[in-house]
Design a protein around this ligand. Structure first.
Ligand code: G3P
Ligand code: CA
Length: 375
């Protein structure tokens, strides 16, 4: 049958309509996450299950894995002798006994220690002192972990293989760390294409397309990560302040007169809408699959920062075809607030609580899992 004008117009409108449907569905956060092999909403164990065990140690990562976290989050650094390891702070004071083992170097950056020196430190006892209600004798003497050791943990439970969510921490201190990371992940088989059978399994995030997510606050590091690992999903972390989104006010915390940092951050807003959007646009232009914004928490505690997950912000980010993974949220009231606002994944210290909230509760208690792992 010849195609008449009417038929052509109909065909065209159907085609256009189909195109629009496709484009709209590609912007749907759940579909976006699925296309990257990332669970929705994603449960990201911030430094492991770090509310219940010393952060970034084997106890914390094993617990997060066995609870069923989608990702083990870590802050990546490099020792003086070139070994990649996980530690959040720039120095070792808060989370180790460096002051007693190396008193004269207690304020030195962690990267000025060899891995052998780092391995002499006790990275667990501080937790028992800080949180006596969650203390365990087996936490005493826990070690700082290399990336290799965290990979071993991620691969160590046949029932659940979480992915790795790796932040290049203060990357300007570590020239070439993006290349070192690519080499390590490649050596360990974490950059190989997903096995199709395992990729379909909900229990195998760590073997699917989204098994590694790379994150950074640093624009230059994002560019280097993209160059080294163009096919690995990347997140640009966002906050309001130096090196990130420009604030409306130039007042410092000291000048503000606020009693707590959280009260100060609560009043820190992006300079204007355009400034927020510029950062999202930049993330997209550099090949990121999403952003990792800060959140303001209901308790205005130590983890409460500027509110960068307002619904319009999440909507704008989704409209650009990007996901939103927000940090760092531990309480149900805040899980609700940020998920209602539209975020697609949450960094949490309380893996167990977030899994309960998203109706994927762990099959065993925290105590049972810690004990099963010898803690
Ligand atoms: O990596 C996301 C979140 O962890 C950023 O904050 O300081 O805990 O690394 P921080
Ligand atoms: Ca981090």
């Amino acid at each position: 049958m010849p195609v008449t004008f009417t038929h052509s117009a109909l065909l065209l409108s159907l085609l256009l309509g189909f195109g629009q449907t496709q484009a709209a569905s590609e912007r749907e956060p759940a579909a976006l996450a699925a296309s990257n092999g990332i669970p929705y909403p994603a449960v990201i164990a911030h430094r492991g299950a770090s509310f219940d065990a010393p952060e970034s140690t084997a106890a914390s990562y094993r617990l997060a894995r066995d609870l069923g976290a989608d990702y083990l989050e870590m802050d990546l650094q490099r020792s003086q002798d070139g070994v990649l390891f996980a530690l959040h702070d720039n120095n070792l004071q808060r989370t180790t006994d460096v002051a007693s083992k190396f008193p004269e170097r207690k304020d030195s950056p962690a990267n000025q220690f060899t891995m052998a020196e780092l391995k002499t430190l006790d990275a667990g006892s501080w937790f028992n002192q800080a949180y006596p209600d969650r203390a365990r004798p087996a936490y005493v003497g826990l070690k700082i972990l290399t990336l290799d050791e965290i990979i071993d943990i991620a691969q160590g439970n046949p029932q659940h293989k979480p992915g790795l969510y790796i932040e290049t921490k203060e990357p300007r201190q570590f020239p070439g760390i993006e290349r070192d990371l690519r080499e390590k992940l490649q050596d360990r088989g974490w950059l190989s294409p997903a096995g199709s059978k395992l990729a379909k399994s909900e229990l195998a995030v760590g073997q699917g397309k989204g098994k590694v997510v790379l994150q950074t606050f640093d624009k230059h590091s994002l560019e280097l990560l993209q160059k080294e690992m163009p096919r690995v999903p990347k997140i640009l972390l966002l906050w309001v302040g130096a090196g990130s989104i420009e604030a409306q006010s130039r007042q410092t915390f000291a000048e503000s007169g606020e009693k707590t940092k959280a009260a100060f951050y609560a009043k820190q807003h992006p300079k204007d809408e355009a400034e927020f959007k510029r950062w999202v646009d930049y993330a997209k232009a550099q090949g990121a699959i999403g952003t990792g914004p800060s959140t303001q928490l209901s308790d205005l505690g130590d983890q409460s920062y500027s509110d960068l997950v307002q619904p319009w912000m999440n909507q704008y980010t989704h409209d650009q075809g990007l996901l939103v993974h927000a940090y760092t949220v531990d309480e149900p009231v805040d899980f609700k607030q940020v998920l209602d606002a539209g975020v697609d994944g949450i960094f949490t210290n309380r893996t167990s609580e977030l899994l309960k909230y998203v109706k994927r509760p762990a099959g065993a208690s925290i105590a049972q899992l810690l004990e099963a792992n010898g803690y």
